[in-house]
Design a protein around this ligand. Structure first.
Ligand SMILES: [Ca+2]
Ligand SMILES: [Ca+2]
Ligand SMILES: [Ca+2]
Ligand SMILES: [Ca+2]
Length: 277
């Protein structure tokens, strides 16, 4: 789901068994109407079976792009990127590239890629659902505009035997339980929906001499590093001190980060605790 044409109404970009992608536009009355298949170079985009579209501004140029997974048994690549060469409100695609990890294409079957900054370091990561239930987190070691993906951690382990763990997973992130952190919701081939709550423990942990960023934990930062972060900074009275962040005194602050991993870009109400040393 995304606002494909930037008219403030959520639309659908739908993948399907036969590999095409279709845009269903939300009308003024709230109904969805088909606007036809999404094209690249004037031709319907046609992946292998079970196409999975995810709309995100991959290269951070302000224009939404398309990240697409496919089934692709035996195919040389199963995660593709279509960079938008039009505008954000009228996307135009001409070509596609393969998304790489450690320099090689993803060859896992039935890929479902989404972007999500799971470790809250301000850089979007890749979360990949694939054959046999596994959901993998590829931490982005590059930048937001040029993600670099290498190793992964299984958020959900593969289950090639029982097929009871959400096989194959289709992924979404949302704060389901309203406790600020974002939870993972997946559905599978058999019609089940799985909720996996984010249960990161909140606490303070310090490692003297270095900036520390841990999932879900308050972050200890040096003032020079804070100056490199995008986002708004507030002191403990709620005063916006973003303009002074290069020279903040040691103390406790809060940072608010803009995110765009749920098809929209917005300032969330959540402010993350940081400690400037
Ligand atoms: Ca729309
Ligand atoms: Ca873009
Ligand atoms: Ca990240
Ligand atoms: Ca939550």
């Amino acid at each position: 789901m995304c606002d494909w044409n930037d008219d403030d109404s959520l639309d659908l970009i739908v993948g399907e068994r036969l590999g095409y992608l279709t845009w269903f536009r939300r009308t003024g009355t709230g109904e969805l109407t088909s606007e036809g298949r999404v094209q690249a170079g004037g031709i319907d985009i046609h992946t292998d079976n079970n196409s999975w579209p995810f709309v995100t501004d991959w290269n951070e140029d302000g224009r939404k792009d398309l990240l697409v997974g496919q089934e692709g048994i035996g195919d040389p690549s199963n995660v593709f990127l279509y960079l938008n060469e039009g505008t954000s409100s009228a996307p135009v695609f001409t070509d596609t590239t393969r998304v790489l990890r450690s320099g090689a294409p993803f060859r896992d079957y039935r890929c479902a890629p989404v972007t999500e900054d799971l470790d809250l370091d301000g850089r979007k990561d890749l979360v990949l659902g694939e054959w046999y239930s596994s959901v993998r987190w590829y931490e982005n070691s590059g930048t937001n505009a040029d993600p670099v993906l290498t190793t992964f951690i299984n958020l959900v382990p593969p289950d090639p035997d029982s097929f009871l763990n959400g096989n194959p997973p289709r992924i979404n992130f949302a704060d389901w339980d309203g406790d600020i952190d974002r939870d993972m919701i997946t559905c599978d081939y058999y019609g089940s929906v799985f909720l996996r709550r984010n249960i990161t423990v909140v606490g303070v942990e310090e490692e003297p001499g270095s900036s520390v960023a841990r999932p879900g934990l308050p972050t200890v930062m040096r003032a020079p590093d804070l100056a490199q972060l995008s986002g708004r900074v507030f002191d403990n009275s709620g005063r916006d001190v973003t303009d002074q962040r290069r020279s903040l005194s040691p103390g406790v602050y809060f940072i608010q980060r803009k995110w765009s991993s749920d098809q929209v870009t917005k300032w969330p109400s959540v402010r993350r605790l940081i400690v400037v040393e």
